[in-house]
Write a protein that binds this ligand. Structure first.
Ligand code: AHM
Ligand code: MG
Length: 338
């Protein structure tokens, strides 16, 4: 018998989300259901993913997405699954996905709900064909408009307004990690019973950093501040023990490791791409919220990611996220040299 949670109690994600409602006396259950819809979508994506090599869903669709990248077949599938699991429920007013240039309205026959759902359906998709880690990232806000279909303004909120955020990693096992502002909790999918079970209660980023995670192939293009910071992580200033480097190339997986082990992930801007590569709304903001909820911090190098008000749906941002001490150190190097 597996008793996954520390308390020895078997807690399914459904029960956990329901129990979290106690923090919201005015709760109507709509958020609970929306989170559960996303968890169910995650199970469907995980199941498709496990058959990917057999079902011939590996590879590219031949289309290029709004970011100018090749759309992989599984990206499309994950995007469709999340849409179909959430858009017609009456719980969301509008959706926005990293794979779509514009916001995604709910179908005409569906009454718009009170939440805004933004997601990256399959982050790290260049890993798909190599059976390396990928994941889904999501962010949920209250709508700011009062009626009718949700608008782009509903989607351009600062991370301080988040109601919930989370991700699903499809790795050695499938994990669902989420926060509604009362700590970060992680669940592992038990495929034999088809349930996400609580395995990581109240995750806190360990204070002692272990890994740093960045694409060092770009370092020639980095600013002096970022290069000096990296040198310090290598122990180059002679003061600190060097950290080990790990880089999967899927933000959500690199973030998951950073959250559990302690350390820093960064994708800075560079000479060719001053805003870096990652998207503020679909990637940086939800992960920043999770990091802060776990006692960590996220910055664009100068300010907290959660304080940035997005101007555009697909806006990019430099990102430094993980243990607070390291992210603050990155900010200090950037302030000193850049
Ligand atoms: P994606 O959302 O299209 O998969 O792209 C974003 C990914 C991140 O997951 C990852 O951190 C980054 O791109 C890796 O970029 P690079 O290959 O330049 O290191
Ligand atoms: Mg992504």
């Amino acid at each position: 018998l597996i008793l996954p949670s520390k308390s020895g109690r078997v807690v399914t994600i459904e029960r956990h989300i329901l129990e979290t409602q106690k923090y919201y006396p005015q709760a109507t259950g709509v958020l609970t259901n929306l989170l559960y819809d996303i968890a169910l979508a995650g199970k469907m994506i995980a199941s498709q993913m496990s058959l990917a090599g057999l079902a011939q869903v590996l590879g590219k669709t031949g289309d290029v997405n709004v970011q100018g990248e090749q759309v992989m077949k599984l990206d499309r599938l994950a995007d469709d699954i999340i849409y179909h699991m959430t858009a017609t429920t009456g719980r969301v007013a509008v959706l926005a996905s990293e794979e779509h240039e514009e916001i995604i309205p709910v179908p005409e026959q569906t009454t718009p709900g009170k939440y805004i759902l933004m997601f990256d359906p399959l982050d790290g998709s260049s890993n798909i064909d190599y059976d390396a880690g990928v994941g889904t990232i999501f962010a949920i806000y209250n709508r700011v408009t009062s009626e009718g279909p949700g608008t782009v303004d509903d989607c351009l909120q600062t991370g301080r307004n988040l109601v919930a955020a989370g991700y699903i990693v499809y790795g050695v096992s499938t994990m669902f990690v989420y926060t509604t502002g009362h700590g970060v909790h992680g669940f592992t999918l038990d495929p034999s019973i088809g349930e996400f079970l609580l395995t990581h209660e109240n995750i806190r980023i360990p204070p002692e950093p272990v890994y740093y995670s960045t694409n060092t192939g770009n370092q020639e293009k980095w600013s002096k501040g970022v290069r000096e910071f990296t040198k310090a992580l290598h122990g180059g200033n002679g003061k600190a023990k060097p950290l080990s480097m790990r880089y999967v190339g899927a933000l959500v997986v690199d973030f998951h490791r950073t959250l559990l082990a302690g350390g820093i992930f960064y994708y800075p801007g560079d000479k060719g791409k001053p805003q870096g590569k990652l998207r503020l709304t679909y990637e940086a903001i939800p992960l920043a919220y999770i990091a802060e909820q776990a006692g960590g911090y996220a910055s664009d190098g100068c300010q907290a990611i959660l304080d940035i008000r997005p101007q555009q749906l697909h806006q990019r941002t430099p990102l430094f996220v993980g243990s607070s001490s390291l992210v603050r150190a990155a900010e200090a190097y950037i302030a000193k040299y850049d």
